[in-house]
Design a protein around this ligand. Structure first.
Ligand code: EPZ
Length: 422
């Protein structure tokens, strides 16, 4: 398994170009199954999860061609409606095939994604919503099998109240409703920017969707969706990760091709932690030279709250702040696996239920640490970049799932990082 060897202690400084958002690319790629016409997607990040999506699409009968840097043409008609376990187990987001396949093919067979390091990750809300649209389900042999046979082979509109706010749950239902007969209303919908980007993509295919970005989305189904071109929205979590890396190192960074308005909750907290931040169009400037890190209490929440995907990274800031703070995780039940690793690097953290009490230290010390999930690995890389001495982060395949060209970007900021293939 690959590792990163990082020599810390240097103030990061420079410019980084932000890639397309993983969590927008995945639903949009699977959403191409809603049409047999050509779709051209640009600003697609080169990530392991994106490659897994392409594998899944080809298994369904689609074909894809790289027609330029980060630009792909996806064509062909879906001929299979089975998303197999051996692919789904590597990428939970494969559950996003359920909505499009049930809508386009009338039935689907998707392996239950199972849990992952950060939690049980159930999909009951996806199933419940599709049932409101007339789908029937059988759960057996670890597969979710949907069918619309009893309603004539096509989903109908429904009034869906999400019991909990679910990002991919909202996305699956939006995609299914786009081809359903009649109107679907999703109440208590997720409001993440990636939901809006998916809605923009679906509208460019001819879907009739309003309310995306709010907690009530209305979709009037159409008979057919056509091909389109779409550029994937910038990755707000990647942006926040590099902003925090520069901040924790008391350096400075310019993030280009970013979408600042998708980062309001994060920028507000970084300013509270004493960063100087300027926004100019699609560029974000952060300066933390000669400034102390102030402790800031964080509570994760669905957008527009503070994103859970930034919790592990922000904890490194609080670990180095001039005082005490708390970090509370409200979305996932097991998203503190970076904490024991940060403690091994000298952080003073203690877990009390779903809150971590942080009391800042002068500096962290390099150590051998292990990544357990995508964002925990990001937090350990940041910690390694600012710690005294050398840090080796193991199992960095987690990182490759969500951060494009990570070594190149860190080196462009002056960081010392090497990938060691074990
Ligand atoms: C999406 O996951 C993101 N993944 C996650 O990013 C992100 O952390 C999460 O949303 C929250 O923002 C993608 O978009 C591919 P949820 P998702 O459904 O949709 C519970 C990363 O690091 N729930 O919004 O799976 C669930 O257990 C990843 O990029 C149900 O109970 O998350 C959780 O407690 C990690 N039943 C809460 O809702 C369901 O049917 C929110 O989960 C679905 C979810």
């Amino acid at each position: 398994m690959d590792k990163f060897q990082i020599v810390g202690g240097k103030a990061l400084s420079g410019e980084v170009v932000i890639s397309g958002a993983k969590n927008a690319a995945l639903p949009i790629l699977l959403g191409t199954m809603l049409t047999s016409e050509d779709v051209v997607l640009s600003n697609v990040p080169q990530l392991r999860d994106v490659q897994t999506c392409f594998k899944l699409l080809t298994m369904m009968g689609k074909s894809y061609e790289c027609i330029g840097e980060n630009t792909y043409k996806i064509s062909g008609k879906v001929t299979s409606n089975v998303a197999p376990y051996d692919l789904v187990k590597t990428m939970r987001a494969s559950i996003l095939a359920l909505g499009p396949l049930t809508a386009f093919m009338g039935s689907a067979e998707v392996s239950l994604p199972g849990g992952c390091a950060i939690g049980a990750r159930p999909v009951d809300l996806h199933v419940k919503g599709l049932k409101e649209m007339g789908a029937e389900f059988v759960l057996e042999d670890g597969y979710i099998r949907s069918s619309t046979e009893s309603i004539g082979g096509r989903l109908h509109g429904g009034y869906i109240v999400m019991d909990k706010i679910s990002v991919t749950g909202t996305e699956n239902l939006m995609m299914a409703a786009a081809l359903a007969e009649g109107t679907t209303i999703i109440e208590n919908a997720a409001r993440e920017p990636e939901i809006v980007d998916l809605a923009v993509f679906l509208r460019s295919m001819g879907a009739n969707i309003v309310g995306d970005g709010s907690d009530k989305i209305t979709i009037v189904g159409v008979d057919k969706l056509h091909g389109c071109s779409h550029s994937i929205v910038a990755d707000r979590i990647e942006t926040g990760t590099y902003l925090i890396a520069a901040m924790a190192s008391h350096g400075q960074v310019v993030c280009r091709n970013a979408l600042p308005e998708t980062l309001d909750p994060v920028l507000a907290k970084l300013r509270k932690a004493n960063a100087t931040i300027e926004v100019d169009g699609t560029s974000i400037y952060l300066d933390m030279r000669d400034r102390e890190i102030l402790p800031v209490d964080i509570i994760t929440a669905p957008h527009p709250g503070f994103p859970t995907d930034m919790q592990a990274q922000f904890m490194v800031l609080n670990a180095l702040a001039s005082g005490s703070s708390t970090v509370t995780e409200t979305i996932f039940e097991n998203r503190f696996m970076h904490v024991p690793e940060l403690i091994r690097m000298g952080a003073h953290l203690s877990i009390q239920g779903n809150t971590v009490l942080c009391s800042g230290v002068e500096h962290l010390k390099g150590a051998q640490v292990m990544a357990t999930d995508l964002r925990a690995s990001a937090s350990l890389v940041i910690a390694g970049l600012v710690a005294e001495g050398t840090t080796v982060v193991d199992r960095i395949y987690h990182m490759d799932r969500g951060y494009e060209h990570i070594e190149r970007k860190i080196r462009s900021l002056g960081g010392t990082i090497e990938r060691i293939s074990a």
